[in-house]
Design a protein around this ligand. Structure first.
Ligand code: AMP
Ligand code: GLY
Length: 424
């Protein structure tokens, strides 16, 4: 069957890399893709917002399955559009994608269905929000309700910072995403990402990973989309996974069905874990980036078959096989990210780096300019390695990083520090 992947980041490169191996996949397209993806799929210059053009393209190329990578097209109803055109597509409908599209919706769902999460209230009025925030300890967490490109969450360390965040959000700093906000209790503990697929009825747990959100070593600097990840994450013990599936994922899928919002696709739970108890920080309606770059290298089953089973409502018939190996990815970003950064710097040495044992390089923000690979985004490359141990995977990934000639780039040097600290 012909397959179309929507998106252009490292997550979509990993998806294409995995789908290209499927015996069910005859021709793979990616819209819009990137130069790394072009090695495994035919890239089509159509942005995810070009819904009419994407539908026309899928019809013309007899696409049998569409995998939508990022959240914004899902929230905008792209899956609904494909389905209405008679083309199979995964993830969720716009009604389902509200799990990522509205933090307030999720918090109310957690309250109504007894799903463990931080105490909270929703507000559209600044004075009321400030009054509630003042009843919580510090730090306190202020969140724009909608999707704000990862910037709508403020962990306020002081009352003044909390009040300022409330003013900013309701004052329009995040546009419509901030017409409402959530004030919530700060959770401490260790964060991890856990993934499942659901067909709306059955929940198929995948595996977890640990991301590194801050820009610099030692978890310093600003929050980013993620500077590296590894899988498995030791904090996700079998008991924590079991609690996550039984207390968070399954009740959510049931609740969504009950609410008339059948949820089909990837369900990504951002968790805070303390003393073996997982609490939900947030849901995402898609695979994680960079988590996917360490989840899919560990998958030893046909990804396309599994995604199709989710779409077709037969996930109960699927059992997955995983490699024992550890996977780790280091994100190389343009200096300046997550703030302003220049575009167009030349990247060299990737071919040599990719030849190292166990190493796979996924592209995120890259482009070709006059026959030369250049950086075109904040997060640019995901240097991924698999190995028997996390220590070895990390050595392999950084050996590859050191072969890459890109003076304008930087990366964290401490990916997987929590796992290594546990080993002592
Ligand atoms: P989100 O966009 O909801 O993932 O939030 C971004 C980051 O803020 C999360 O990855 C957490 O590190 C942090 N965060 C969000 N909510 C809380 C909370 N209630 N307690 C502690 N940290 C939080
Ligand atoms: N790495 C976190 C995310 O994909 O949202």
């Amino acid at each position: 069957m012909n397959v179309l992947v929507i998106g252009s980041g490292g997550r979509e490169h990993a998806l294409c890399w995995s789908l290209a191996k499927s015996t069910l996949c005859s021709k793979l397209y990616c819209a819009p893709g990137n130069p790394g993806i072009a090695a495994v799929a035919e890239c089509v210059p159509l942005a995810p917002g070009k819904q009419d053009e994407l539908i026309a393209f899928a019809k013309e190329k007899h696409i049998g399955f569409v995998m939508i990578g990022p959240e914004v097209p899902l929230i905008d109803g792209l899956a609904d559009r494909f389905m209405a055109a008679g083309i199979k597509a995964l993830g969720p409908s716009a009604k389902g994608a509200i799990l990522e599209g509205s933090k307030g919706f999720v918090k109310d769902l957690c309250r109504d269905f007894d799903i463990p999460t931080a105490a909270y209230q929703r507000f559209t009025d600044a004075a009321a929000a400030k009054a509630f925030a003042a009843t919580l300890g510090l730090p306190v967490v202020i969140k724009a309700d909608g999707v704000a490109a990862g910037k709508g969450v403020i962990i306020a360390e002081t009352r003044e910072a909390a009040d300022a965040a409330i003013n900013d959000i309701l004052g329009g700093a995040f546009g419509a995403a901030g017409s409402e906000l959530v004030v919530e209790e700060y959770l401490d503990g260790e964060e991890a990402s856990f993934f499942a697929l659901t067909d709306g009825e059955h929940v198929l747990p995948l595996i977890g990973a640990q991301d590194h959100k801050r820009a610099f070593d030692g978890d310093k600097g600003l929050n980013t989309g993620g500077m590296g990840a590894y899988s498995p994450a030791p904090v996700l013990t079998p008991e924590v996974v079991e609690k996550t599936v039984e207390r968070i994922l399954k009740p959510t899928v049931r609740a969504m069905k009950e609410r008339g919002r059948l949820y089909v696709g990837v369900l990504f739970a951002g968790l805070m874990i303390k003393n073996g108890e997982p609490k939900l920080i947030e849901f995402n309606c898609r695979f994680g980036d960079p988590e996917t770059q360490v989840i899919l290298p560990r998958l030893n089953s046909d990804l396309l078959a599994v995604l199709l089973a989710a779409h077709d409502g037969v996930l109960d018939q699927v059992s997955l096989r995983w490699h024992d190996e550890v996977a780790l990815t280091v994100v190389m970003a343009t200096k300046g990210y997550p703030g302003d950064y220049p575009k167009g710097s030349a990247i060299k040495g990737l071919d040599e780096a990719a030849k190292l044992p166990g190493v796979t390089i996924f592209h995120a923000g890259t482009a070709m300019k006059d026959g030369q690979l250049v950086a075109s985004g904040g997060r640019v490359l995901n240097i991924t390695a698999t190995a028997k141990t996390v220590r070895e995977a990390r050595e392999r990934a950084y050996a590859a990083v050191d072969l890459i000639d890109w003076p304008e780039g930087f990366c964290r040097r401490d990916i997987a520090w929590r796992a290594l600290a546990r080993e002592g």
